[in-house]
Design a protein around this ligand. Sequence first.
Ligand code: SAM
Length: 309
Amino acid sequence: MSLVDDYGRRLTTLRIAVTDKCNLRCIYCHREGENYSVGMNCDVDIDELVSIVSIGAELGLSRVKITGGEPLLRKDIVDLIYRISSLDGIEEVSMTTNGVLLSNYAYKLKEVGLKRINITVNTINKETYRIITGFDLLDRVLDGVKSAVDAGLTPVKINMVLLKDLNEDDIPNMIGYAANVGAVLQVIEFEKVGVVDNELYDKFHVSLDRVEILLSRIAIAKYCRSSHARPRYVLPNGVIVELVKPMHNPTFCKYCDRLRVTSRGELKPCLLRYDNHVNIVEAIRCGASREDLKKLFLLAIARRKPYFE
Ligand code: SAM
């Protein structure tokens, strides 16, 4: 079965915030578009999460991205990945993590079915890392990246959000780092979402134009991924650099293939909108049938609309 929304966009992916808790305090964080205050202890129970994914899988969503908060703070994360990966119809489970706890988990996660991982490393400069995240934990994160590569959670992707006057000039170093560890570098435009207000956005937003010009000059090949039509550049040293340019970008929205689940158990049709969530966990708690839960998925999909048209 395949799910297509009213704008002809085929859905493939569920992106699930499995907790709102985090062990870093990144100054730019959009918290996956959630407006709640952090750490409210309202995480959705593992059985409820598995039910949500199984309904999505039955409807044709075959890929799951686990995010947060920081997903590795969930005590049952290994069991959760195991149960989700084992569901009929699920072809790929991946995760986005800040990497602080990853060296303890990389092999276990691989063993239970996690296919690949994105690790947020906005800089490899220790002081800049501390300024951005509030913690002096870069070494632990870099150990985590190494463990992920060793465990075979490949392709390991390094997520780097470009921030004005903070890590703008770190691109060459980050390309070198990605080459050394054998990772893909994903450079992400800073997004204005939820808790990111105008002041913060004006302070840190910088377009990816300069990065794009640099990559166009040095790349030996360029192509686009199907998801969000993200451009990818292949560099002479073999490193792949992917650009994520969501802001004011109708092409990004046109190729959006995901439905989100918030840490409160709501289906979230668009990262940037708050007025169209569908509370599926409440329905599960009230004993709704699988057919009724499917209808809630279809309602969320009917509410999808490109944010930038
Ligand atoms: N704690 C995990 C982590 O740091 O990867 C997962 C949650 S985090 C919200 C998921 C991804 O969103 C990270 O790569 C993070 O850098 C990115 N992100 C957070 N705030 C952002 C913003 N305002 N604009 C663009 N990307 C952002």
